[in-house]
Design a protein around this ligand. Structure first.
Ligand code: SAM
Length: 264
């Protein structure tokens, strides 16, 4: 915890504002997406869902995919507790919404649905950007998939999000077969170095010049910091943007290699 605080302090001191950025692509992204302060009505819809989940004292059984062992441990969790601990805070959900609205992805993949808060933000954002899109969200825990589906129905987005149940290690190869290309990927689950890099490498075949990769919790642990450093050093990666809690990766060939740390 202390280490994370130390890293955050170092990020905060070193992070640039848009005035230190010369790349028009990154400058536009900061101005039009990161700094967009408009309160979109969709924000209220997702935050109302979050509030309902935070008030929900029902208990559900959840398989624990954090442990990494062969056999999945199962624990009983209050829905309110999952909503409080697992879901990305509103500020980041809203940013994901704006990223989808801005980039207009047609082929989207999310790792880690949980109760569906970020899925909802991204599906609603993609609806603003493009007429049609395909969005697959992966989740290991069966009960969470069921709960997320109920939430999507309530929001009228159940037809927009295709849920796939199972360990990412098992479901990803099949899911990738069904995508011709990937335009937008959000990885928010299994925050360990080897799987993170493995998922990235598996997806590279389906990625293209304009694909947006978003990695969650890039400084959460030593392993994740190392994974982030390896992603930045990958020969196909030309641009990275470190916002501390999430990191964006691009493969844009026309752009000179540059790694940004941006204050958000
Ligand atoms: C942090 S939560 C996702 C939160 C969600 N993106 C949000 O902000 O609303 C991560 C989820 O990934 C799932 N997960 C983690 N590792 C997994 C794995 N190897 N296979 C399948 N699911 C996994 C967990 O069950 C958990 O629900």
């Amino acid at each position: 915890m202390l280490e994370l605080a130390r890293q955050y302090a170092s990020y905060y001191v070193n992070a640039k504002t848009k005035h230190g950025v010369h790349s028009p692509f990154v400058f536009d992204l900061i101005t039009k997406v990161f700094e967009d302060k408009e309160v979109y009505p969709d924000y209220l819809v997702v935050e109302k869902l979050r509030q309902d989940l935070l008030n929900n004292r029902l208990i559900t059984e959840v398989e624990d995919f954090g442990a990494g062992g062969e056999k999945q441990a199962v624990s009983e969790r209050k829905i309110s507790d999952i909503a409080a601990r697992a879901a990305k805070p509103a500020r980041w959900g809203k940013l994901l919404y704006r990223l989808c609205k801005y980039f207009k992805p047609q082929n989207m993949l999310e790792f880690g649905t949980s109760l569906g808060i970020t899925s909802a933000y991204q599906a609603l954002g993609a609806r603003q950007g493009s007429e049609s899109f395909r969005f697959v969200s992966l989740e290991g825990s069966k009960n969470l998939v069921e709960l997320a589906h109920i939430n999507f129905k309530e929001l009228g987005i159940d037809k927009d999000i295709h849920l796939v149940t199972g360990n990412f290690d098992k479901t990803l190869p099949k899911v990738l077969e069904d995508f011709e290309r990937l335009d937008y990927i959000f990885i928010d689950g299994n925050h360990r170095k080897a799987p993170t890099l493995d998922y990235f490498n598996q997806m590279l075949d389906k990625a293209h010049n304009d694909t947006v990769f978003i990695f969650d919790d890039i400084h959460w642990s030593k392993e994740m910091s190392e994974a982030w450093d390896e992603l930045k050093a990958h020969p196909k990666v030309t641009v990275s943007i470190d916002l501390f809690y999430i990191g964006l990766i691009f493969l844009r060939k026309e752009q000179e290699e540059e790694h940004f740390v941006i204050r958000f």
